[in-house]
Design a protein around this ligand. Structure first.
Ligand code: LR7
Ligand code: MN
Length: 576
C-alpha cells in the first residue's frame, strides 16, 4: 500500500485569512424559508418558531469562508481532477482479483493519490454565498469494517484538505472489528501524524455500523457530529453550508448531495440536484425526482436547502446535543440497513427537519454488492432492522411492508418497547402526519380503500404482477394468499397499485400494463363499484375482465356487461 503522506503544508487555517465582504447585522442572515408562507403550511413554520437562528451559535457577521486552497492537480497522476483511471490491459487480471476484496476497483483506488484533486462541482451560485462568521465545530465520525487503505485514507485526507481547519475538531475512525492487519497499529501510527487530531476506536466484536457510530458519537467533542462512510471524497466548500444550516436551526439534520465515485474507474461523477430520498413498500431507500411542489417552495432556487422525506444514511451532520435528544440510533439494529429510514421518520415525526444542502457535495463509492459478511444472514439482519422501523414508526402503513413478503412477516423485530416509549416521550406525530405534510408523493398512499388481493369472482384467480417490471402486462394467476406479487392497494386517487407500479391502460381494448404511478389520474384511474363489483377504467369506460382461455396470463378490458367474469372481490383471504 501507498503509505506516503500527502504534503499538509499547503493547508491554511482559514483564521489566518481576512474576511472579504463582511456583511453586518444578523438581519441580513439568510434565514431561509423561516418566515415564508404558502406551500405546505404545517411544516413551514416548524422549528423556526423559536426565533430563527439558534442562540447557541449566534453570530453577528456573515463572511465568505475561505476554504483551504484547492488541492492542486498533480499532473500525470491517475484520477486527478476526478478523472477515470484507465487500467493497462496487462493488469486486468490483477484488477479483477483485487475487485473482490471490497467490491470496487481497488487497483484503481491504489493508483490514485490519497489527496487527489477534484473539480469544483458546485452550482455557480454556491461559490459566492456568505455564511455566519462563527460556525460550530464538527467532529467527523467514520465507521468501517475491512475498508481498503486507500479509500479510507482518501476520505480522511479529503476532509483535512477541504475543511476550514478551525471548524474541524477531530476525525474519529471507528473500526468495527476489521480483520485486516494494516487497519491495526499501522493505521494508528499513520493517523497520529496527521495535521488534524485523528484517532481510532475499536468495537470489541463486530457490532454493525449503527452501534459503531454510537461508539464514535460518544467520543465527539465538537458541537456537531458529521458522519461519513469510509469511502468518500469531500469537495470544495462541502462543510460550511452544512454547519451554517444547523446554526439557523439546530433541529435541522443536513446531508450533502452525494455524488458518485465510480466503483469501476473511480471517476467522480456529479449527481443530480433534483433527486431526494424516498422508500418503497419493501422499505428500501430509493432516490426519486424532487416534485415540482418542493421546487416551488424553494422559489426554484437550485442552491436552496431541499427538504427530503428520507436520507441515504451515510453522510450527514447533526447537532451533537440534538442527536441525543432525538434518540441517537436504535441500538437494536444490527450490521447494516434500516437505520437511515428510522432516523428520517424520527426526525420528521418528532419535530425536526431533514434536508439536502445542494451547495455541499461529497462523493461516495457506490457498489453493486456488499463486500463483507452479515453474520446470521443478510435477509435475517436487514428484515429485522426494517421490521423495527415498521413497528415503531409506520402505524397502520406497516401493513404495506408486511404484505410484500413472507420473509418480512417472519422476521422478528425483537423488543421495540424502548423505541416506542421514546416516540411517546418526544410526543412524535403520526405516520399519517408525515405522509400528509412531508411526503404526499409517497408510494405508500395516504388514503386507500383497500390493501390486499384482487380476486376474480368467476375464475377465483387473482391479479398478479408476476414480478414483472415497468410497462409490462399485469398478470393473473391462482390465488396463493401469500401477499407479495398479489398485493394491490386501491387508493383514494383511484389507482390500483403495487409498490411503484400502477395498472394503466392506454386504449379501450387493452392491454392493461403496469406503469410507474404518476398520481395524475389519466390512464391510471379505475373506479371500483362495490355493488356491481366492477373495476371500470375511467378514460375508456371499459371494465376489467378475467383472462380468457386463449390468453390465460393477463386480464382484459371489455365493454361492461354485468357478467361474472367482470366481478372482482376486494376482500383478502390471506394465509397469514
Ligand atoms: O458491520 C458493518 N460495520 C461497519 O462499520 C457494516 C458496515 N460498516 C461500515 C462500512 O465499512 C461503511 O463505512 O459502515 C459504512 C456503511 O456501509 P456500506 O458502505 O456498506 O453501506 P452503503 O453505502 O451500501 O449503504 C448506505 O446505507 C446504509 C444502511 O445501513 C448506511 O446508512 C450507509 O451509511 C449508507 N451509505 C450512504 O448513505 C452513502 C450513499 C449510498 C446510497 C444510497
Ligand atoms: Mn458506503
Amino acid at each position: 500500500y501507498d503509505l506516503d503522506m500527502p504534503n499538509a503544508e499547503r493547508l491554511v487555517d482559514d483564521n489566518q485569512l481576512v474576511d472579504d465582504n463582511e456583511i453586518n447585522t444578523e438581519k441580513s442572515l439568510d434565514t431561509g424559508d423561516g418566515g415564508g408562507g404558502g406551500g405546505i403550511a404545517p411544516i413551514m413554520g416548524q422549528g423556526f418558531a423559536s426565533g430563527g437562528i439558534s442562540m447557541t451559535y449566534r453570530s453577528l457577521v456573515l463572511k465568505k469562508w475561505f476554504q483551504a486552497p484547492t488541492v492542486r492537480e498533480s499532473k500525470g497522476k491517475p484520477g486527478e481532477m476526478g478523472k477515470p483511471v484507465k487500467i493497462p490491459a496487462d493488469m486486468k487480471e490483477v484488477m479483477k482479483e483485487k475487485f473482490k476484496e471490497n467490491q470496487f476497483n481497488l487497483l484503481a483506488s491504489d493508483m490514485i493519490s490519497l489527496n487527489r484533486s477534484l473539480t469544483d462541482v458546485r452550482h455557480e451560485n454556491c461559490r459566492h454565498k456568505h455564511y455566519p462568521s462563527k460556525l460550530p465545530t464538527t467532529s467527523i465520525v467514520i465507521v468501517f469494517h475491512n475498508e481498503a487503505w486507500t479509500t479510507l485514507l482518501r476520505t480522511v485526507w479529503s476532509v483535512i484538505n477541504r475543511s476550514p481547519r478551525s471548524l474541524l475538531k477531530e476525525i474519529i475512525l471507528v473500526d468495527d472489528a476489521s480483520e485486516r492487519d494494516f487497519l491495526g497499529k499501522q493505521l494508528e501510527d499513520y493517523v497520529a501524524k496527521l495535521p488534524v487530531r485523528t484517532f481510532v476506536l475499536r468495537t470489541e466484536k463486530r457490532s454493525g455500523l449503527i452501534r459503531a457510530r454510537l461508539l464514535g458519537a460518544e467520543h465527539v467533542s465538537g458541537e456537531v457530529i458529521t458522519f461519513l462512510d469510509a469511502h468518500c471524497e469531500c469537495t470544495e466548500g462541502w462543510l460550511e453550508p452544512l454547519l451554517a444550516r444547523i446554526v439557523q436551526n439546530r433541529r435541522t439534520v443536513v446531508c450533502p448531495i452525494i455524488d458518485v465515485i465510480s466503483d469501476e474507474t473511480f471517476e467522480y461523477i456529479t449527481a443530480s440536484d433534483s433527486t431526494w430520498g424516498g422508500f418503497n413498500w419493501k422499505l428500501n431507500f430509493r432516490w426519486y425526482r424532487v416534485p415540482q411542489r418542493e421546487m416551488a417552495r424553494r422559489n426554484n432556487d437550485r442552491t436552496a436547502p431541499l427538504r427530503t422525506p428520507t436520507m441515504a444514511g451515510g453522510l450527514f451532520s447533526i447537532d451533537k446535543d440534538y442527536f441525543y435528544e432525538i434518540g441517537s440510533y436504535d441500538e437494536g439494529m444490527d450490521i447494516w440497513g434500516g437505520e437511515n429510514l428510522e432516523m428520517s421518520f424520527r426526525i420528521w415525526q418528532c419535530g425536526g427537519i431533514l434536508e439536502i444542502i445542494p451547495c455541499s457535495h461529497v462523493g461516495h463509492v457506490f457498489r453493486d454488492k456488499s463486500p463483507y459478511t452479515f453474520p446470521g444472514g443478510v435477509a435475517k439482519i436487514v428484515l429485522h432492522n426494517a421490521a423495527r422501523v415498521a413497528e415503531v414508526w409506520l402505524d397502520e402503513w406497516r401493513d404495506f411492508y408486511y404484505a410484500m413478503s413472507t420473509g418480512a412477516r417472519k422476521a422478528s423485530a425483537g423488543d421495540v418497547s424502548d423505541r416506542k416509549s421514546l416516540r411517546d416521550r418526544l410526543k412524535c406525530k403520526s405516520f399519517r402526519w408525515y405522509l400528509e405534510n412531508v411526503y404526499p408523493e409517497s408510494l405508500m398512499p395516504l388514503d386507500y380503500y383497500y390493501l390486499g388481493e384482487i380476486r376474480n369472482a368467476e375464475t377465483e384467480t387473482c391479479l398478479d404482477t408476476m414480478g414483472r417490471k415497468y410497462n409490462e402486462k399485469v398478470g393473473i394467476s391462482y390465488c396463493h394468499g401469500l401477499g407479495g406479487n398479489q398485493v394491490f392497494a386501491y387508493t383514494k386517487r383511484q389507482q390500483i397499485m403495487s409498490d411503484d407500479l400502477c395498472l394503466d391502460a392506454a386504449s379501450s381494448n387493452g392491454p392493461v400494463n403496469m406503469v410507474r404511478c404518476h398520481n395524475m389520474g389519466g390512464n391510471q384511474e379505475w373506479v371500483y363499484d362495490a355493488e356491481e363489483k366492477w373495476i371500470r377504467h375511467t378514460n375508456t369506460g371499459q371494465c376489467l375482465q378475467r383472462a380468457t382461455r386463449d390468453d390465460a396470463s393477463t386480464p382484459l378490458l371489455r365493454p361492461c356487461d354485468y357478467s361474472k367474469g367482470q366481478q372482482w372481490l376486494m376482500e383478502s383471504k390471506f394465509k397469514w
